[in-house]
Write a protein that binds this ligand. Structure first.
Ligand code: GLU
Length: 310
């Protein structure tokens, strides 16, 4: 049986109903990983995802993506919550923490095992070397799942989606990436799995996030197809770059958002997104004005915004 037909069969078997989720209503989210304090780039994502959801009369949800326990940075979860408070963002449902949902992801892996869409892989990073495409070394080895990484089979087909800002984006996962890991050998659930499962279970319809995640999208679409989930709408925002041309990131030691300057930073983020100026006031009023003026046509084109952001 081909991987495609397995996926199609599986998706029928798995099409589950979600509770309390209206499928027609726009539902967006902001899903930071607490691997460092929030920085100006994170604020841009928060503002854009919030304004786009609210301008569509939709709901906006905050989710903390903390499955990668070894990479969690001390106090960054707390900093995220402090920032949400200071910038007066309010999640429309209770914030969820992925590290409390590991049994849900394991269940999904069980379902994928039953339909033979995943397999155990014993390859170490060292064995894979500098090879960026996994060639399926363990696909036919039928190893026991105990203490091994778990990989999802991908197909030799082009997956394309139409990004609301970046236009059409395509990838042939088998050629560009190969079968990819859903659960690591050390038991850590991979971001790709957690994000797809939670977007589905939370009824997310629209994803607004940084263009650094553009290349992950086909993987997530494929996994969603394997699980019978509906495809989402995507908008990948240009990334704010620092004066050395690097994207703002925790690795580049981007400055933590200073909650003492929330209104000024908020205004700067809204302007960076190309939106009309807003009056400097309390953050919730500023956000309301930004929502009323929200226009994605004004967002700078491309995947980068040059600037002197820190
Ligand atoms: N948790 C991811 C991050 O902080 C974002 C996930 C997503 O928006 O899909 O980079």
């Amino acid at each position: 049986m081909t991987v495609e037909s397995l996926a199609a069969k599986h998706s029928l078997a798995l099409a589950q109903r979600r509770n309390n989720v209206s499928l027609n209503r726009y539902s967006g989210r902001f899903a930071p990983s607490p691997t460092g304090p929030l920085h100006f780039g994170s604020l841009i994502t928060a503002v854009a995802s919030y304004c786009d959801a609210k301008a569509h009369h939709g709901q906006w949800i905050v989710r903390i993506e903390d499955t990668d326990i070894p990479r969690i940075y001390p106090n960054s979860e707390q900093h995220i919550l402090q920032c949400l408070d200071a910038f007066e963002f309010e999640s429309d449902v209770e914030i969820i923490y992925q590290k409390e949902r590991l049994d849900i992801y394991d269940n999904v892996i069980q379902q994928l095992k039953q339909t033979n869409l995943v397999y155990a892989c014993e390859c170490t990073r060292k064995m894979l070397g500098s090879n960026h495409v996994y060639v399926g070394t363990c696909r036919e080895k039928h190893l026991n799942f105990q203490d091994q990484a778990i990989r999802l089979k991908v197909s030799d087909a082009l997956i394309c989606f139409e990004d609301r800002l970046q236009g059409q984006h395509c990838s042939n996962l088998q050629r560009d990436l190969g079968d990819f890991v859903l659960k690591r050998r050390d038991g850590i659930i991979n971001y790709q799995l957690a994000v797809v499962v939670d977007d589905y279970l939370q009824g997310i319809t629209h994803v607004v996030r940084g263009a650094d995640l553009l290349d992950n999208t086909e993987r997530q679409i494929w996994l969603g197809q394997c699980l019978g989930y509906p495809q989402l709408n995507y908008m990948h925002l240009p990334l704010a770059m620092n004066d050395q041309g690097q994207k703002l990131s925790k690795q580049n030691l981007a400055q933590a958002l200073d909650i003492q300057h929330a209104p000024q930073l908020l205004r700067q983020a809204i302007l960076t997104l190309g939106q009309l100026p807003i009056d400097l006031d309390q953050p919730h009023k500023m956000l309301a004005q930004a929502v009323a003026q929200w226009d994605i046509q004004r967002i700078p084109k491309g995947t980068q915004i040059q600037g002197t952001f820190q």
